[in-house]
Design a protein around this ligand. Structure first.
Ligand code: V47
Ligand code: SF4
Length: 359
């Protein structure tokens, strides 16, 4: 029989918990016990260090052929608010970021019907020329698969050409919930969960580190969340190239998902982060993305197994188009303050988690 005692013994002795045990935790509301176990796992891995980076998000276009039901960011060509940044504009933002002390640009966008694959190669090359010190973390698996389709190249070749143009690592977006039944409801046009995992595997084999996200708080069940995490845990056992797991709290405004939702609850946010920390024992980092969670929940999550607060971001569109009430940007000092007030040591990191400076 599964009880808190049996789970606690496993966690304390460093054993992996099962999917049934993760479900048991999701079905309990004993947040403090779950949080204590998650904090223990995190402390063993990361001591009291909490990572952040100085980064800037750039979304080259919001025009997208997919139109996922949960996405308030995407537009069709000619629709109000549709935009595509010129290469010069992208480079200007990257140069500004570098001048302001950023170490990373995070680039993701919609699946544009007309831009050729070469545009994305040129974007990377141009950023590398104008801001050579920046690490370029770019393109979700969904974009990589789209580039393969529009160019007629294999995914391996697409990755190879992008890496030659300056791609340094990949973010974890597009995973949503990897269970097909859920994808059919929230993003039927998106690649399947199995395909997402296969392309991540190819990226890892090519030598790229990536993250993995999970969009939660919409139509999925807690079993779907556990199934999603299980698929990631299995792949991580094989490749070891995931860096951070990032649960993304669904922002409900302006989306086509007709749900009677005002967003996730604080309890669910903390429980999800804590269970992820316990279940994903082979992931080095659990990231609280303050944009979707708000600064306060992100800060409290540092006592619930989280060891990464993402970065300064500067200009965020995906969450804010969907009604996120967090600020567009946090200053480095603001992030350091959040971490210090939680009794932890702020560590500025680069994209690959090399420490730059402790505060
Ligand atoms: O794939 C879209 C999600 C993702 C909504 O890897 C939404 O370091 C909530 O992946 N409510 C893109 N989420 C963002 C992303 C990300 C962000 C920060 C850091 C990293 C990283 C990755 O945003 C999409 C989708 O899952 N998303 N719409 C929404 N309404
Ligand atoms: Fe397009 Fe990504 Fe939005 Fe889906 S989530 S509509 S693929 S931009």
């Amino acid at each position: 029989m599964i009880t808190f005692e049996t789970i606690s013994t496993k966690v304390r002795t460093g054993q992996r918990i099962s999917t049934e045990e993760a479900l048991f935790l999701f079905r309990s509301n004993d947040l403090l016990i779950i949080g204590e176990l998650a904090a223990l796992v995190n402390e063993r891995k990361n001591s009291t260090n909490v990572y952040f980076n100085v980064n800037r998000h750039i979304n080259p276009t919001n025009i997208c052929v997919n139109r996922c039901a949960f996405c308030a960011f995407s537009r069709t060509v000619g629709e109000d608010g549709a935009y595509t940044l010129a290469l010069d504009e992208i480079c200007l933002r990257a140069r500004e970021a570098e001048e302001e002390g950023a170490t990373e640009v995070h680039i993701v966008g919609g699946l544009h019907p007309d831009l050729p694959f070469e545009f994305y190669e040129e974007t990377l090359c141009a950023i590398r020329r104008t801001a050579p010190k920046l690490h370029i973390k770019a393109f979700t698996v969904v974009e990589i698969e789209y580039f393969s389709r529009i160019s007629g190249l294999t995914v391996e070749k697409v990755l190879d050409r992008l890496m030659n143009s300056g791609l340094g690592s990949m973010p974890g977006g597009g995973a949503e919930i990897l269970v097909e039944e859920v994808r059919n409801k929230i993003c039927p046009e998106k690649i399947s969960g199995a395909h997402w995992l296969e392309i991540i595997r190819l990226a890892h084999l090519a030598g790229l580190k990536t993250n993995a996200t999970m969009l939660y708080g919409h139509v999925e069940t807690v079993s779907d969340r556990v199934a999603h995490m299980e698929m990631l845990r299995i792949l991580q056992d094989e490749t070891g190239c995931f860096q951070a797991f990032i649960p993304l709290a669904f922002q409900a405004e302006n989306s086509d998902l007709k749900l009677d939702l005002k967003g996730t609850s604080g309890l669910d946010d903390l429980k999800t982060l804590a269970i992820a920390r316990i279940f994903l024992d082979n992931f080095p980092h659990i990231k609280a993305y303050w944009v979707m969670l708000g600064e306060k929940i992100a800060q409290v999550s540092l006592a619930f197994g989280v060891n990464d607060l993402d970065g300064t971001v500067v200009e965020e569109k995906i969450g804010h188009d969907a009604g996120a009430s967090s600020p567009q940007s946090l200053t480095k000092e603001g992030i350091i303050r959040l971490i210090k007030h939680a009794g932890k040591i702020p560590v500025e990191r680069d994209t690959l988690y090399h420490p730059i400076r402790n505060y």
